[in-house]
Design a protein around this ligand. Structure first.
Ligand code: PLP
Length: 446
């Protein structure tokens, strides 16, 4: 019997471009998550074109894309309505530095989908949005500390690049060079889905805590649901200590339905929509593939922001007509009936196919799926917090990632990242992906 094998693709131009990029761009990439460091290193694939659910690389190889640019590309690449909106905006000038009517239209759309946002402000990235919610919470409460959850990613501003100390009631330590201990000491990190640890931290530091910040549905150590009652308990605990609650919905807003996790009725009981945060950070999907972020929340809190209040935040590019136009077009397309049910159905088919293929080949695989987003964890235990996500087989993921890539399936090069379904994926794409996974598992189990 011959052992299964998968033909490797030739990518001489990607290899050459990577060498060239290394000469000019630090690490050859403009975001570390794009490097292949977490999957064994080497040249990342240089893509030349995206159309619908597909990428073509510089060597002409085609890939089915589940990266979706880490979330924003929910309509697939080059969606005609979004492209037309961007072109129209470009013809009228892409940046004015003045207010525009478009910004009002977009703010109205977002507010009507997420009613906890009495007022919003547009910025340029999720990082900026989160960073500012923290500043506003500090301004409003007059307190300095924040509590966040292990494994949740909130962008790369100083306060959220802080790792847990030695226990739930200890202060944080910098998670990046260049972040002073004085900043890390303002952050407490506790395990997700663990109310006891949160209570312990609030008991110890509550009077100084400006806000508890959380991804209400986690997208950064795979897709992980809050346990029933976790968010209610979190909000009650924060409020009983006079702290605000910030939801980081940069990934989750408009991902699972036309709205945010905080407006999502029906995924579990009690409903995620039973509670409202005080402040919310948005990004990714709301930009339709162009740079954007937004934050918003309760009127009295948002009125801390300049020019009304003492908390300063500004942006030359903020609310630019190109990003806003792309965002409006994207949300209009997502508001069409049946869009999210279709994403859900395609992802359900993918989940079932991957699970079946893994079982057939004796591969231990835990799949966390929430509507049109899923994550694959090489382990035989559930993944409900960061420790469990870490305790999975990274080498096996790296092998799987490469075997899929060689078969034209593009996943994120990290065991912690999700697969995102887009409206451009077809049932044939899903079938092709499941077949590729079956071959990959067969090689991995040989
Ligand atoms: N918050 C969450 C939950 C994210 O996943 C990310 C990015 O992946 C950010 C914030 C930062 O967003 P950006 O990369 O647009 O700065």
């Amino acid at each position: 019997m011959t052992s299964p094998s998968i033909q490797t693709k030739n990518r001489p131009r990607s290899e050459a471009l990577y060498k060239e990029a290394l000469q000019h761009i630090v690490g050859g990439v403009n975001s570390p998550s794009r490097s292949f460091k977490a999957v064994g290193g080497g040249a990342p694939v240089f893509m030349k074109r995206g159309q619908g659910a597909y990428f073509w690389d510089e060597d002409g190889n085609r890939y089915i894309d589940y990266l979706a640019a880490y979330g924003p590309i929910i309509l697939g690449h080059g969606h005609p309505q979004v492209t037309a909106a961007i072109c129209r905006a470009a013809e009228n000038g892409t940046l004015y530095g003045t207010p525009t009517e478009l910004e009002i239209e977009f703010a109205r759309m977002i507010k009507s989908a997420i009613p906890s946002l009495d007022k919003v402000r547009f910025v340029n990235s999720g990082t900026e949005a989160v960073m500012t919610t923290i500043r506003v919470a500090r301004a409003y409460t007059g307190r300095n500390k924040i509590i966040k959850f292990a494994g949740c990613y909130h962008g790369h501003s100083d306060l959220v690049l802080v790792a847990a100390g030695s226990g739930p009631s200890t202060l944080g330590i910098p998670d990046s060079a260049g972040i002073p201990m004085s900043i890390a000491s303002e952050v407490i990190t506790v395990p997700f889905n663990n109310l006891e640890a949160l209570h312990a931290a609030l008991e110890r530091w509550g009077e100084d805590v400006a806000a508890v910040m959380v991804e209400p549905i986690v997208g950064n150590f795979g897709m992980v649901m809050p346990k029933p009652g976790f968010l209610e308990g979190l909000c009650a605990a924060a409020r009983s200590h006079g702290s605000l609650v910030i939801y980081d919905e940069v990934i989750t807003a408009f991902r699972f339905h036309y709205g945010a996790a905080q407006t999502f009725d029906g995924l579990q009981a009690p409903s995620l929509a039973a509670i409202e945060p005080d402040l919310t950070a948005l990004g990714k999907i709301i930009g339709g593939g162009l740079p954007i972020g937004a934050y918003g929340g309760r009127k009295d809190i948002m009125e801390q922001v300049a020019p009304l209040g003492p908390a300063y935040q500004a942006g030359t590019m903020a609310g630019n007509p190109a990003s806003i136009s792309a965002g409006i077009a994207c949300l209009q397309a997502l508001a069409e009936p049946g869009v999210y049910d279709r994403l859900d159905q395609l992802a359900a088919r993918l989940e079932a196919g991957l699970a079946e293929a893994a079982r057939e080949h004796g591969i231990a695989l835990t799949i966390n799926r929430i509507r049109g987003a899923l994550s694959t964890h090489f382990c035989d235990h559930p993944v409900t917090d960061y420790d469990e996500a870490q305790n999975t087989d990274g080498e096996q993921f790296a092998r799987f990632f490469r075997l899929m890539l060689e078969q034209g399936i593009c996943l994120a090069p990290s065991k912690y990242e999700a697969w995102f379904m887009t409206t451009a994926h077809t049932e044939a794409d899903i079938a092709e992906t499941i077949e590729a996974a079956g071959r990959a598992f067969s090689v991995m189990s040989a």
